[in-house]
Write a protein that binds this ligand. Structure first.
Ligand SMILES: [Zn+2]
Length: 246
C-alpha cells in the first residue's frame, strides 16, 4: 500500500486520539468514585437493616417494660388491698389472718422479683436506645458520604465526557485527512490489536516495543517514503518519523 508520508504521520495523530478516547472510556468505566458510591450503597443498605432491627428491638422492649410494670402494679395493688383489709380489722379468724399475712409476704417477694425484672428490662432498653442512636448517626454519616461521593462521581464523569467529546471531534477532523484505504487498514488493525499504527522510534516499534533487526532497518532505509510499512513482529502499520533513527 502507498500513502504520502504526511498522511502516514496524520495516522499517528488519529491513533493518538483513538488512544485518548479509549483511555477516557476506560476511566469512565472504572471511576474510583463510582466504586465508592457502590460501597456506600452496600453500607447504607446494611445500616438501614440494622436501624430497622434496632427500632423493632426497642418497641419489643417497650412492650416488655409495660408488661413488667403492670405486673408489679397488679401485685402491689393486691398487697395493698390485703393490707387494707388487715388494717381495717375485717379479718378476725386466726387462720384467715395467718393466710392473709402469708399472702402479703409472698406478694412482697413476688413484687421484689418483678421489680428486678423491670430494672433488667430498663437496662436492656438503655443499651437498645444507644444502639439505635449509634446506627442512626452512622447511617446519616454514610448517606452524607454517599451524596458527596455521588457529586464527585458525576463531576468526574462529566469531565471525562468533555475530554472524550473533544478527542472524538479531533479524531474526526484528523481521520478526514487520511486516505480511505490507509484508514481502513488502520481500523482493521486497531480492532484486532487495540493499536493499529505505531511510530518507528530509534529503531524500535512503538506498538510492540521491540527493536527491529538490522536487516529490517536496512530494508526500511531503502523503502520509498510513500510505502506503508508494517512491523514484522506485531503487524501494525509502522510510521517513519524524524526520530526513527534511520
Ligand atoms: Zn511492532
Amino acid at each position: 500500500m502507498k500513502a504520502a508520508p504526511e498522511h502516514q504521520l496524520r495516522l499517528l495523530d488519529v491513533q493518538q486520539a483513538d488512544t485518548a478516547i479509549a483511555r477516557a472510556e476506560h476511566r469512565a468505566r472504572n471511576l474510583p468514585e463510582a466504586e465508592e458510591v457502590r460501597e456506600l450503597d452496600a453500607r447504607i443498605a446494611e445500616l438501614r437493616d440494622r436501624a430497622v432491627a434496632a427500632r423493632t428491638a426497642l418497641s419489643d422492649i417497650d412492650r416488655e417494660q409495660r408488661k413488667a410494670e403492670s405486673d408489679v402494679d397488679q401485685v402491689r395493688s393486691r398487697a395493698d388491698r390485703d393490707r387494707a383489709r388487715l388494717d381495717a380489722g375485717q379479718v378476725s379468724s386466726p387462720k384467715e389472718l395467718e393466710g392473709l399475712q402469708s399472702e402479703i409476704a409472698s406478694l412482697q417477694r413476688r413484687q421484689a422479683e418483678l421489680e428486678e425484672v423491670v430494672l433488667e428490662v430498663m437496662e436492656r432498653r438503655e443499651a437498645a436506645e444507644a444502639e439505635a442512636a449509634s446506627v442512626t448517626a452512622e447511617l446519616e454519616r454514610a448517606e452524607a458520604g454517599r451524596e458527596a461521593a455521588e457529586e464527585r462521581r458525576s463531576a468526574a464523569a462529566l469531565e471525562i465526557e468533555d475530554e472524550r467529546a473533544t478527542e472524538r471531534d479531533r479524531r474526526e477532523r484528523l481521520a478526514k485527512e487520511v486516505p480511505e484505504d490507509l484508514l481502513a487498514l488502520y481500523t482493521k488493525l486497531r480492532d484486532q490489536y487495540g493499536i493499529g499504527a505505531a511510530a518507528l522510534h530509534y529503531g524500535r516499534c512503538e506498538g510492540c516495543k521491540l527493536a527491529l533487526s538490522t536487516a529490517e532497518l536496512g530494508r526500511i532505509r531503502q523503502a520509498p517514503a510513500d510505502e506503508v510499512l508494517r512491523c514484522e513482529d506485531c503487524r501494525r502499520i509502522l510510521v517513519r518519523t524524524t526520530e526513527s533513527g534511520l
